[in-house]
Design a binder for this molecule. Structure first.
Ligand code: HEC
Ligand code: HEC
Length: 351
Protein backbone atom coordinates (compact mmCIF):
# COMPACT_ATOMS: atom_id res chain seq x y z
CA UNK A 1 0.00 0.00 0.00
CA UNK A 2 1.44 3.36 -0.93
CA UNK A 3 1.80 5.71 2.02
CA UNK A 4 1.58 9.24 0.72
CA UNK A 5 2.15 10.99 4.02
CA UNK A 6 5.52 9.54 4.79
CA UNK A 7 6.81 8.31 1.49
CA UNK A 8 8.34 10.11 -1.47
CA UNK A 9 11.97 9.63 -0.64
CA UNK A 10 14.29 11.49 -2.93
CA UNK A 11 14.43 9.99 -6.33
CA UNK A 12 18.00 9.73 -7.53
CA UNK A 13 17.46 12.79 -9.70
CA UNK A 14 14.89 14.75 -7.74
CA UNK A 15 16.35 14.99 -4.25
CA UNK A 16 13.04 16.27 -2.93
CA UNK A 17 13.61 14.82 0.51
CA UNK A 18 10.60 13.92 2.57
CA UNK A 19 10.64 14.85 6.25
CA UNK A 20 10.07 11.26 7.20
CA UNK A 21 12.90 9.54 5.48
CA UNK A 22 11.35 6.17 4.93
CA UNK A 23 7.93 4.70 4.74
CA UNK A 24 6.87 1.36 6.04
CA UNK A 25 8.36 -1.65 4.30
CA UNK A 26 6.30 -2.45 1.23
CA UNK A 27 4.04 -5.38 2.01
CA UNK A 28 2.42 -7.59 -0.56
CA UNK A 29 -0.49 -5.46 -1.75
CA UNK A 30 -3.76 -7.28 -2.30
CA UNK A 31 -5.68 -5.80 -5.20
CA UNK A 32 -8.36 -3.41 -3.97
CA UNK A 33 -11.67 -3.04 -5.79
CA UNK A 34 -11.86 0.48 -7.17
CA UNK A 35 -14.86 1.46 -5.05
CA UNK A 36 -12.87 0.66 -1.89
CA UNK A 37 -9.69 2.46 -2.93
CA UNK A 38 -8.71 5.46 -0.77
CA UNK A 39 -10.48 8.70 -1.69
CA UNK A 40 -8.33 11.66 -2.69
CA UNK A 41 -9.05 14.97 -1.00
CA UNK A 42 -7.30 18.31 -1.52
CA UNK A 43 -7.18 20.89 1.25
CA UNK A 44 -5.89 23.50 -1.18
CA UNK A 45 -9.26 24.53 -2.60
CA UNK A 46 -11.45 23.37 0.25
CA UNK A 47 -12.97 26.02 2.58
CA UNK A 48 -11.42 25.86 6.05
CA UNK A 49 -13.74 24.42 8.72
CA UNK A 50 -15.03 27.18 10.99
CA UNK A 51 -15.73 26.42 14.64
CA UNK A 52 -18.31 29.24 14.79
CA UNK A 53 -20.67 27.19 12.63
CA UNK A 54 -21.13 24.61 15.41
CA UNK A 55 -24.24 24.53 17.60
CA UNK A 56 -23.95 25.12 21.34
CA UNK A 57 -24.51 21.45 22.17
CA UNK A 58 -22.21 18.90 23.84
CA UNK A 59 -20.24 18.24 20.66
CA UNK A 60 -19.97 21.95 19.81
CA UNK A 61 -18.84 22.86 23.31
CA UNK A 62 -16.17 20.14 23.44
CA UNK A 63 -14.88 21.02 19.95
CA UNK A 64 -14.70 24.69 21.00
CA UNK A 65 -12.83 23.69 24.12
CA UNK A 66 -10.35 21.81 21.92
CA UNK A 67 -9.93 24.89 19.73
CA UNK A 68 -9.27 27.01 22.82
CA UNK A 69 -6.72 24.47 24.13
CA UNK A 70 -4.97 24.39 20.76
CA UNK A 71 -4.73 28.15 20.33
CA UNK A 72 -4.08 29.11 23.98
CA UNK A 73 -2.40 25.97 25.26
CA UNK A 74 -0.17 27.97 27.62
CA UNK A 75 -3.21 29.40 29.46
CA UNK A 76 -4.77 26.02 30.27
CA UNK A 77 -2.11 23.30 30.42
CA UNK A 78 1.12 25.31 30.30
CA UNK A 79 3.92 25.36 32.89
CA UNK A 80 2.71 28.62 34.44
CA UNK A 81 -0.97 27.82 35.10
CA UNK A 82 -2.14 28.12 38.72
CA UNK A 83 -3.43 24.55 39.08
CA UNK A 84 -0.19 22.55 39.23
CA UNK A 85 -1.96 19.30 38.33
CA UNK A 86 -2.78 20.86 34.94
CA UNK A 87 0.80 21.71 34.04
CA UNK A 88 1.08 19.15 31.27
CA UNK A 89 3.02 21.24 28.76
CA UNK A 90 6.61 22.12 29.63
CA UNK A 91 6.80 25.27 27.50
CA UNK A 92 4.59 28.26 26.81
CA UNK A 93 3.99 27.57 23.13
CA UNK A 94 0.55 26.81 21.79
CA UNK A 95 -0.19 23.92 19.47
CA UNK A 96 -0.96 26.57 16.86
CA UNK A 97 2.56 28.03 17.16
CA UNK A 98 3.26 25.37 14.52
CA UNK A 99 -0.18 24.08 13.48
CA UNK A 100 -1.05 27.50 12.11
CA UNK A 101 -4.46 29.09 11.62
CA UNK A 102 -6.10 26.93 14.27
CA UNK A 103 -4.52 23.86 12.65
CA UNK A 104 -6.27 24.40 9.31
CA UNK A 105 -3.52 25.92 7.12
CA UNK A 106 -2.44 23.66 4.24
CA UNK A 107 1.19 22.50 4.55
CA UNK A 108 1.43 23.91 8.09
CA UNK A 109 0.74 20.41 9.47
CA UNK A 110 -3.06 20.89 9.52
CA UNK A 111 -5.22 18.59 11.64
CA UNK A 112 -7.88 18.56 8.93
CA UNK A 113 -8.28 14.88 8.08
CA UNK A 114 -6.21 13.52 10.97
CA UNK A 115 -9.22 11.58 12.28
CA UNK A 116 -9.52 10.00 8.83
CA UNK A 117 -5.86 8.96 8.58
CA UNK A 118 -5.34 7.43 12.04
CA UNK A 119 -4.72 4.78 13.32
CA UNK A 120 -1.51 5.05 11.36
CA UNK A 121 1.86 3.29 11.35
CA UNK A 122 4.49 5.49 12.97
CA UNK A 123 8.15 4.68 12.59
CA UNK A 124 9.04 6.48 15.82
CA UNK A 125 7.21 3.76 17.75
CA UNK A 126 7.35 1.10 15.03
CA UNK A 127 3.68 0.51 15.77
CA UNK A 128 0.21 1.66 14.92
CA UNK A 129 -0.58 4.90 16.66
CA UNK A 130 -3.96 6.42 17.52
CA UNK A 131 -4.94 10.10 17.35
CA UNK A 132 -4.54 10.26 21.14
CA UNK A 133 -1.03 8.86 20.99
CA UNK A 134 -0.15 11.35 18.25
CA UNK A 135 -1.42 14.23 20.39
CA UNK A 136 0.75 12.97 23.23
CA UNK A 137 3.71 12.68 20.89
CA UNK A 138 3.55 16.45 20.46
CA UNK A 139 2.82 16.96 24.18
CA UNK A 140 6.07 15.21 25.12
CA UNK A 141 8.23 16.73 22.41
CA UNK A 142 6.91 19.86 20.69
CA UNK A 143 5.44 21.00 23.99
CA UNK A 144 8.33 19.52 26.01
CA UNK A 145 5.82 18.18 28.54
CA UNK A 146 4.07 15.01 29.64
CA UNK A 147 1.31 12.92 28.16
CA UNK A 148 -2.32 13.86 28.77
CA UNK A 149 -4.27 11.00 30.39
CA UNK A 150 -6.45 9.37 27.74
CA UNK A 151 -9.62 10.00 29.74
CA UNK A 152 -8.79 13.60 30.64
CA UNK A 153 -11.19 16.35 29.58
CA UNK A 154 -8.29 17.97 27.69
CA UNK A 155 -7.60 14.89 25.58
CA UNK A 156 -11.29 14.51 24.81
CA UNK A 157 -11.43 18.15 23.76
CA UNK A 158 -8.39 17.83 21.46
CA UNK A 159 -9.78 14.67 19.87
CA UNK A 160 -13.18 16.31 19.36
CA UNK A 161 -11.72 19.42 17.76
CA UNK A 162 -9.60 17.26 15.45
CA UNK A 163 -12.73 15.24 14.66
CA UNK A 164 -14.63 18.43 13.83
CA UNK A 165 -11.83 19.57 11.51
CA UNK A 166 -11.89 16.18 9.77
CA UNK A 167 -15.62 16.07 9.01
CA UNK A 168 -16.39 15.23 5.43
CA UNK A 169 -13.02 13.57 4.77
CA UNK A 170 -13.44 9.83 4.12
CA UNK A 171 -11.60 7.37 6.33
CA UNK A 172 -8.31 6.38 4.74
CA UNK A 173 -8.27 9.32 2.33
CA UNK A 174 -5.08 10.54 0.68
CA UNK A 175 -4.89 14.22 1.55
CA UNK A 176 -3.14 16.88 -0.49
CA UNK A 177 -1.99 19.77 1.70
CA UNK A 178 -1.39 17.70 4.83
CA UNK A 179 1.91 17.75 6.74
CA UNK A 180 4.48 20.00 5.04
CA UNK A 181 5.39 20.62 1.42
CA UNK A 182 8.58 19.20 -0.06
CA UNK A 183 11.66 21.33 -0.59
CA UNK A 184 14.58 20.63 -2.89
CA UNK A 185 17.27 20.22 -0.29
CA UNK A 186 20.73 21.22 -1.52
CA UNK A 187 23.37 18.48 -1.65
CA UNK A 188 25.65 20.08 0.93
CA UNK A 189 25.95 20.70 4.65
CA UNK A 190 23.76 23.53 5.98
CA UNK A 191 25.80 26.75 6.11
CA UNK A 192 25.25 28.08 9.63
CA UNK A 193 26.87 31.47 8.99
CA UNK A 194 24.62 32.01 5.98
CA UNK A 195 21.71 30.82 8.13
CA UNK A 196 22.54 33.39 10.77
CA UNK A 197 22.46 36.14 8.12
CA UNK A 198 19.02 34.95 6.94
CA UNK A 199 17.86 34.87 10.55
CA UNK A 200 19.00 38.44 11.18
CA UNK A 201 17.40 39.72 7.99
CA UNK A 202 14.12 37.78 8.04
CA UNK A 203 13.32 36.34 11.45
CA UNK A 204 14.92 38.29 14.25
CA UNK A 205 12.48 41.20 14.10
CA UNK A 206 9.79 38.90 15.53
CA UNK A 207 11.59 35.98 17.12
CA UNK A 208 14.25 38.10 18.86
CA UNK A 209 18.01 38.35 18.67
CA UNK A 210 18.45 35.22 20.77
CA UNK A 211 15.48 33.34 19.37
CA UNK A 212 13.69 34.02 22.64
CA UNK A 213 10.46 35.27 21.07
CA UNK A 214 8.26 38.03 22.46
CA UNK A 215 5.93 37.48 25.38
CA UNK A 216 2.42 38.89 25.58
CA UNK A 217 3.12 39.93 29.17
CA UNK A 218 5.74 38.82 31.66
CA UNK A 219 7.29 35.48 32.63
CA UNK A 220 5.00 33.56 34.99
CA UNK A 221 1.70 35.06 33.77
CA UNK A 222 0.69 32.04 31.62
CA UNK A 223 -0.21 34.35 28.74
CA UNK A 224 2.22 32.93 26.21
CA UNK A 225 3.87 34.67 23.30
CA UNK A 226 3.04 37.03 20.46
CA UNK A 227 6.06 35.53 18.67
CA UNK A 228 7.11 32.11 19.97
CA UNK A 229 10.70 31.24 20.92
CA UNK A 230 12.75 29.20 18.44
CA UNK A 231 15.44 28.05 20.85
CA UNK A 232 16.39 28.30 24.51
CA UNK A 233 14.58 26.78 27.50
CA UNK A 234 10.95 27.61 26.56
CA UNK A 235 10.45 25.85 23.25
CA UNK A 236 10.27 22.41 21.58
CA UNK A 237 12.79 19.79 22.73
CA UNK A 238 15.38 17.88 20.74
CA UNK A 239 13.04 14.93 20.22
CA UNK A 240 10.43 17.05 18.39
CA UNK A 241 9.64 16.75 14.68
CA UNK A 242 10.57 20.42 14.27
CA UNK A 243 14.04 19.57 15.56
CA UNK A 244 14.65 17.54 12.42
CA UNK A 245 16.10 19.80 9.76
CA UNK A 246 14.20 18.24 6.85
CA UNK A 247 10.91 18.92 8.63
CA UNK A 248 11.97 22.40 9.76
CA UNK A 249 13.12 23.42 6.27
CA UNK A 250 9.78 22.43 4.76
CA UNK A 251 7.78 24.21 7.46
CA UNK A 252 9.91 27.36 7.33
CA UNK A 253 10.05 27.66 3.56
CA UNK A 254 6.27 27.55 3.14
CA UNK A 255 5.16 29.31 6.34
CA UNK A 256 7.81 31.81 7.46
CA UNK A 257 8.37 34.74 7.71
CA UNK A 258 4.84 34.93 9.12
CA UNK A 259 2.38 35.70 6.33
CA UNK A 260 3.76 33.47 3.58
CA UNK A 261 2.12 30.25 2.46
CA UNK A 262 3.04 27.45 0.08
CA UNK A 263 2.13 29.67 -2.88
CA UNK A 264 4.11 32.71 -1.81
CA UNK A 265 7.43 31.61 -0.29
CA UNK A 266 10.00 34.34 0.34
CA UNK A 267 13.03 32.20 1.16
CA UNK A 268 14.89 30.16 -1.44
CA UNK A 269 15.43 26.46 -0.71
CA UNK A 270 19.04 27.27 0.20
CA UNK A 271 18.07 30.07 2.57
CA UNK A 272 15.40 27.94 4.26
CA UNK A 273 17.88 25.07 4.67
CA UNK A 274 20.58 27.30 6.15
CA UNK A 275 18.30 29.15 8.54
CA UNK A 276 16.78 25.85 9.72
CA UNK A 277 20.31 24.59 10.39
CA UNK A 278 21.14 27.77 12.29
CA UNK A 279 18.05 27.52 14.54
CA UNK A 280 18.63 23.84 15.24
CA UNK A 281 22.29 24.45 16.09
CA UNK A 282 21.17 26.36 19.21
CA UNK A 283 20.51 24.91 22.68
CA UNK A 284 17.02 23.68 23.54
CA UNK A 285 15.40 21.35 26.09
CA UNK A 286 16.70 17.78 25.96
CA UNK A 287 14.38 14.79 25.92
CA UNK A 288 15.45 11.70 27.87
CA UNK A 289 15.61 8.23 26.29
CA UNK A 290 15.67 9.31 22.65
CA UNK A 291 17.60 6.16 21.80
CA UNK A 292 14.29 4.30 22.25
CA UNK A 293 12.79 6.18 19.29
CA UNK A 294 12.59 4.34 15.97
CA UNK A 295 13.18 0.87 17.41
CA UNK A 296 13.14 -0.55 13.87
CA UNK A 297 16.45 1.09 13.04
CA UNK A 298 16.21 0.56 9.30
CA UNK A 299 13.46 3.18 9.11
CA UNK A 300 14.98 5.81 11.37
CA UNK A 301 14.73 9.14 9.49
CA UNK A 302 18.05 10.30 8.09
CA UNK A 303 17.71 13.67 9.85
CA UNK A 304 16.97 12.26 13.34
CA UNK A 305 20.08 13.76 14.91
CA UNK A 306 20.47 11.52 17.94
CA UNK A 307 22.17 8.16 18.42
CA UNK A 308 22.30 5.35 17.57
CA UNK A 309 23.34 5.91 13.98
CA UNK A 310 23.15 2.66 12.13
CA UNK A 311 24.41 3.68 8.70
CA UNK A 312 27.96 4.57 9.67
CA UNK A 313 27.53 8.26 8.83
CA UNK A 314 28.62 10.80 11.47
CA UNK A 315 26.19 12.58 13.81
CA UNK A 316 26.97 15.92 12.18
CA UNK A 317 25.78 14.70 8.80
CA UNK A 318 22.49 13.48 10.29
CA UNK A 319 21.99 16.92 11.79
CA UNK A 320 23.13 19.20 8.96
CA UNK A 321 23.57 17.11 5.82
CA UNK A 322 24.51 16.59 3.07
CA UNK A 323 21.38 14.43 2.92
CA UNK A 324 21.18 12.93 -0.57
CA UNK A 325 23.92 10.36 0.21
CA UNK A 326 22.10 9.42 3.43
CA UNK A 327 18.85 9.08 1.50
CA UNK A 328 20.62 6.71 -0.85
CA UNK A 329 21.86 4.59 2.08
CA UNK A 330 18.41 4.61 3.65
CA UNK A 331 16.91 3.32 0.42
CA UNK A 332 19.39 0.47 0.43
CA UNK A 333 18.55 -0.41 4.03
CA UNK A 334 14.83 -0.33 3.26
CA UNK A 335 15.33 -2.58 0.25
CA UNK A 336 17.36 -5.02 2.34
CA UNK A 337 14.65 -5.03 4.96
CA UNK A 338 11.99 -5.72 2.34
CA UNK A 339 14.14 -8.53 0.98
CA UNK A 340 14.56 -10.19 4.37
CA UNK A 341 10.81 -9.90 4.93
CA UNK A 342 10.27 -11.84 1.74
CA UNK A 343 12.71 -14.50 2.84
CA UNK A 344 10.93 -14.70 6.19
CA UNK A 345 14.03 -13.65 8.15
CA UNK A 346 12.57 -10.49 9.68
CA UNK A 347 9.31 -9.73 11.37
CA UNK A 348 7.06 -7.37 9.47
CA UNK A 349 6.72 -3.96 11.09
CA UNK A 350 3.80 -3.85 13.51
CA UNK A 351 0.61 -2.72 11.83
C1 HEC B 1 7.07 23.07 17.63
C2 HEC B 1 6.05 22.78 16.66
C3 HEC B 1 4.83 21.99 17.11
C4 HEC B 1 3.99 22.25 18.16
C5 HEC B 1 4.07 23.38 19.16
C6 HEC B 1 2.99 21.20 18.15
N1 HEC B 1 3.22 20.35 17.13
FE1 HEC B 1 2.05 18.79 16.55
N2 HEC B 1 3.32 18.37 15.00
C7 HEC B 1 4.48 19.07 14.73
C8 HEC B 1 5.14 18.46 13.62
C9 HEC B 1 6.46 18.93 13.00
C10 HEC B 1 4.34 17.36 13.23
C11 HEC B 1 4.61 16.39 12.10
C12 HEC B 1 5.80 15.57 12.39
C13 HEC B 1 6.05 14.64 11.26
O1 HEC B 1 5.43 13.60 11.26
O2 HEC B 1 6.85 15.01 10.40
C14 HEC B 1 3.20 17.35 14.12
C15 HEC B 1 2.15 16.45 14.02
C16 HEC B 1 1.00 16.49 14.79
C17 HEC B 1 -0.18 15.70 14.57
C18 HEC B 1 -0.39 14.72 13.41
C19 HEC B 1 -0.65 15.49 12.13
C20 HEC B 1 -0.76 14.63 10.91
O3 HEC B 1 -0.92 15.19 9.82
O4 HEC B 1 -0.70 13.40 11.00
C21 HEC B 1 -1.09 16.00 15.55
C22 HEC B 1 -2.48 15.45 15.74
C23 HEC B 1 -0.45 17.00 16.40
N3 HEC B 1 0.81 17.28 15.91
C24 HEC B 1 -1.01 17.53 17.54
C25 HEC B 1 -0.43 18.54 18.31
C26 HEC B 1 -1.03 19.07 19.52
C27 HEC B 1 -2.34 18.61 20.12
C28 HEC B 1 -0.20 20.05 19.96
C29 HEC B 1 -0.34 20.90 21.20
C30 HEC B 1 -0.65 20.20 22.43
C31 HEC B 1 0.92 20.14 19.02
N4 HEC B 1 0.75 19.19 18.05
C32 HEC B 1 1.97 21.06 19.10
C33 HEC B 1 4.91 20.21 15.35
C34 HEC B 1 4.33 20.80 16.46
C1 HEC C 1 6.26 38.89 11.38
C2 HEC C 1 6.72 38.08 12.48
C3 HEC C 1 7.50 36.81 12.14
C4 HEC C 1 8.61 36.68 11.35
C5 HEC C 1 9.34 37.78 10.58
C6 HEC C 1 8.99 35.30 11.41
N1 HEC C 1 8.12 34.61 12.21
FE1 HEC C 1 8.25 32.62 12.70
N2 HEC C 1 6.52 32.77 13.73
C7 HEC C 1 5.79 33.92 13.90
C8 HEC C 1 4.56 33.59 14.60
C9 HEC C 1 3.47 34.57 15.01
C10 HEC C 1 4.60 32.22 14.83
C11 HEC C 1 3.49 31.37 15.47
C12 HEC C 1 2.59 30.79 14.40
C13 HEC C 1 1.36 31.58 14.14
O1 HEC C 1 0.89 32.32 15.03
O2 HEC C 1 0.83 31.49 13.00
C14 HEC C 1 5.85 31.72 14.28
C15 HEC C 1 6.27 30.39 14.35
C16 HEC C 1 7.49 29.93 13.92
C17 HEC C 1 7.98 28.60 14.12
C18 HEC C 1 7.29 27.47 14.84
C19 HEC C 1 7.09 27.73 16.31
C20 HEC C 1 8.35 27.75 17.13
O3 HEC C 1 8.34 28.41 18.19
O4 HEC C 1 9.35 27.10 16.78
C21 HEC C 1 9.22 28.54 13.52
C22 HEC C 1 10.14 27.35 13.46
C23 HEC C 1 9.48 29.83 12.95
N3 HEC C 1 8.42 30.67 13.23
C24 HEC C 1 10.62 30.16 12.24
C25 HEC C 1 10.81 31.39 11.62
C26 HEC C 1 11.93 31.68 10.75
C27 HEC C 1 13.05 30.73 10.43
C28 HEC C 1 11.77 32.96 10.31
C29 HEC C 1 12.62 33.73 9.35
C30 HEC C 1 12.84 33.12 8.08
C31 HEC C 1 10.54 33.47 10.92
N4 HEC C 1 10.00 32.50 11.70
C32 HEC C 1 10.07 34.76 10.74
C33 HEC C 1 6.14 35.18 13.50
C34 HEC C 1 7.20 35.48 12.68
Amino acid sequence: MKRIRTSALATAAGLALASNAIAQAPAATPSVPEALAPAKVSLLERPQPNIDTLADDDYGRLARRGHELATRTFAHIGPEVKDKTKRYAGNNLSCTSCHQESATKPFAIPWVGVTSTFPQYRGREDALSTVEERVNGCMERSMNGRALPLDSPEMKAFVTYIHFLSRGIPVGAEIEGSATKAVKVPNRRADLAAGQAVFQAQCQVCHGENGEGRRVGVAGDAQGYIFPPLWGPDTFNNGAGMNRILTAVRFIKHNMPQGVNYQSPVLSDDEAFDVAGYILSKARPVKANLEKDFPARWNKPIDAAFPPYVDGAPADQHKYGPFPPLAEKAREMAAKHAESLKEGKAQPAAR
